[in-house]
Design a binder for this molecule. Structure first.
Ligand code: C5P
Length: 232
């Protein structure tokens, strides 16, 4: 796995998803399937996208007791996805159990990355709702270090945190970063954004890009621009 652009297929149905992917004609972008599409279409959508030759990041953010997460991860590993994820807030033990569940009998497994604090959580909601009183930047780094200790492969983080995560957890610890926008594009509801060029400079391993590609009048051209700017 090297640097790549992951296209967030935030669609509500298989039809919309395949209408979108059919436009790529022979190109096989790395695809992110999130909760909306997975809950609408089930494992069949994963199998079909995989059968068409795409790599898949299955973004289901598991968070439960270790035994339940372990068993759920075993099911996901049989779907042959390339990356899956969970919440680091589920504790180191839950992350270790997830890795066990994910590992196939032949020793192979999808990459496993952790969500630290969601970017929708801010200092105030973390303190008031979660009763966590440390600075949010420290919490994000602590959770990233926990993920590393548990043996995970990396974290989902803001592009602005990627460099610090690499400094703390090592260059090989993957940073997968959403919140990417073209310099001349709409920011939408993302608050802290970076261009693909900037994300490359600060060392993101994968960028997750949704609307700048899916809502573009020419999604294939937008995808190619992303690849040219990020992978180059
Ligand atoms: O359309 P856009 O490029 O904003 O999509 C970004 C994708 O990354 C969405 O699927 C969103 O749910 C996901 N994501 C995010 N911020 C996070 C974690 C995931 O935007 N912190």
């Amino acid at each position: 796995m090297g640097k790549d652009v992951i296209v967030a297929c935030d669609f509500a149905s298989a039809k919309e998803t395949f209408d979108f992917l059919d436009r790529f004609q022979g190109k096989k972008p790395f695809v992110k399937i999130g909760m909306e599409l997975f809950y609408a279409e089930g494992p069949a959508i994963v199998r079909e996208i995989k059968a068409r030759g795409h790599k898949i990041f299955l973004d289901l953010k598991l968070h439960d007791i270790p035994n339940t997460v372990k068993k759920a991860m075993a099911v996901l590993s049989r779907l042959d996805v390339d990356i899956c994820n969970l919440h680091a807030g589920g504790t180191i033990r839950m992350m270790e159990a997830a890795l066990e569940g994910l590992t196939r009998p032949d020793g192979t497994r999808p990459l496993l990355i952790a969500v630290t604090q969601l970017t929708s959580t801010d200092q105030e909601s973390m303190e008031n709702d979660l009763m966590i009183h440390a600075p949010i930047a420290d919490v994000v780094m602590h959770y990233a270090e926990n993920a590393k200790r548990a043996g995970l492969d990396g974290v989902v983080c803001s592009p602005l945190e990627a460099q610090k995560v690499h400094d703390r957890c090592g260059r090989d610890f993957l940073t997968v970063t959403p919140g990417v926008r073209f310099a001349d594009g709409d920011v939408g509801d993302q608050k802290r954004v970076m261009t693909p060029v900037e994300a490359k400079k600060i060392g993101s391993d994968y960028i997750v890009v949704g609307r700048p590609i899916t809502a573009s009048a020419d999604p294939v051209a937008a995808y190619e621009r992303c690849v040219a700017e990020f992978v180059g």
